[in-house]
Ligand binder design. Sequence first.
Ligand code: C2E
Ligand code: CA
Ligand code: CA
Ligand code: CA
Length: 274
Amino acid sequence: AKDLGTHGAQLYDPSMIDGRAADAQLGDDLTGALERDELTVLYQPLVDLSDSRPVGVEALVRWQHPELGVVSPARFIPIAERNGTINTLGLWVLREACAQVASWGGDTYVSVNLSPRQLQEPTLVHDVLAVLQLTGLEPGRLVLEITESALVDDVAGTTMLAEFRAHGIRVAIDDFGTGYSSLHYLTRLPVDILKIDRSFVAELNGTPEGAGITEAILRLSHALHLTTVAEGIETTEQAAELQLLGCGIGQGYLFAEPLPPSQMLSLLTRSSQP
Ligand code: C2E
Ligand code: CA
Ligand code: CA
Ligand code: CA
């Protein structure tokens, strides 16, 4: 902290000012990033925990910034949400991912992240259906991932989820267990899949205490007839314990990190061989 006494009016930590300026600069850069072709989509396999074969992929966006190199989505997605770029960016990722996965054929599905702000866009359902039409991807091969905080008390957002499902598109709650939704609320949400946040997976260590929350989520999920996906699986022990607890699908560095399309396709091709 700075010495406020001697320097009088120094209200902000200079690093904070820099941070804000950097965010504003990134926000400006992001506006043109799509046209400059700086965004790419990577694919991380979602595997059947009983045989480690991929059943789907999650689309994860990357930004190759001309000066800064690769910028993490954890850094630029919040900025895009604030300046509104997320709507264009999100639809671009969706189009890119649907086209890619449609081109692979087969029945691998693709899971695409939607940010809360996209759910506030009245044209979202129409836009998503248009992307399916354009790319030829069957609705049953698309999953939309939404964090629970995006849904709490958002009636319009919840109505949209119901519309997606009426069209055969599945809905997943991302980072489940880290948000604010009450369990009662969950029973009324139109969703198909719960993704157990990786912070709970990281606690799996063979002890009942470590497995507590994961076990509770799996029971709940089962009772509500939902599919469960565990994210952030890094060890064979975690994978084995999750399978034992009845979790069907897993995702994490143990199986593969997010991959460029060509590598993801060869993984799919290899694992479809007997
Ligand atoms: P997320 O949706 O929870 O995605 C999973 C994140 O966990 C990804 O980080 C992935 O690379 C990482 N991950 C996968 N396996 C492991 C593992 O075994 N261990 C650990 N420690 N991490 C693992 P990534 O790609 O950096 O994305 C970060 C976040 O950015 C995503 O978290 C998501 O919230 C957001 N994001 C990424 N792409 C998009 C997008 O197209 N649209 C929106 N709205 N958000 C996106
Ligand atoms: Ca996700
Ligand atoms: Ca997640
Ligand atoms: Ca997350």
